[in-house]
Write a protein that binds this ligand. Structure first.
Ligand code: CU
Ligand code: ZN
Length: 189
């Protein structure tokens, strides 16, 4: 009795699997777009430099023709600190001088976020609170996460001791490099 009554149901499921009918019950197969999104995301973790005790990280995500950069800093002194993408993804020097100058593939002058044109790697300043933490979210036009001349990957995100004055050439007079992180493509999940 039982065997007879559920046979037609099994047959329906078998037909569904064989022909992938849209009207069939169960989850529909969707393209794996979430996995592809990770190809457009990069990350970095700050290493303390120049005798500082700072830590933190950043996510850099492709957003149309721009890269959205979300930065977290811990252990810094309260106030404004200059923040830039520097040309070389090399934080090995104790003072992070190995990261080279500001990322400037188009040969512009140094400036702030409101100035255009400016160095592609100019992020202005991050404000650090009394508890030593700070966050910044900025959108930099014209950069890419994907490889190419304007890619942020393989460069370094550098946090400075002092505020960037957004004027002085070529680096905004922002003092020592107290944090440095090599920017890499995000892998996994
Ligand atoms: Cu810098
Ligand atoms: Zn600059």
């Amino acid at each position: 009795m039982n065997g007879k009554s559920h046979r037609p149901l099994s047959f329906l499921f078998a037909t569904c699997i064989l022909f992938a009918l849209p009207a069939c019950p169960g989850p529909q197969v969707k393209p794996d777009s979430a996995k592809n999104a990770n190809l457009a995301e990069a990350v970095t973790t700050f290493e303390a430099r120049s005798g500082s005790a700072i830590s933190g990280d950043a996510t850099l995500r492709q957003d149309g023709d721009s890269v959205r950069i979300m930065v977290n800093v811990k252990g810094a002194t309260a106030g404004e600190h200059g923040l830039h993408i520097h040309e070389k993804g090399d934080c090995s020097a104790p003072d992070a001088a190995s990261a080279g100058p500001h990322f400037n593939p188009l040969g512009h002058n140094h400036g702030g976020m409101e100035q255009s044109p400016r160095h592609a790697g100019d992020l202005g300043n991050i404000t650090v609170n009394a508890d030593g933490t700070g966050t910044l979210e900025v959108v930099l036009k014209g950069l890419t996460v994907a490889s190419g001349d304007l890619s942020v990957v393989g460069r370094a995100l550098v946090l400075h001791e002092k505020p960037d004055d957004l004027r002085t050439q070529p680096s905004g007079n922002s003092g020592a490099r107290i944090g440095c992180g090599v920017i890499t493509v995000k892998t996994g999940n």
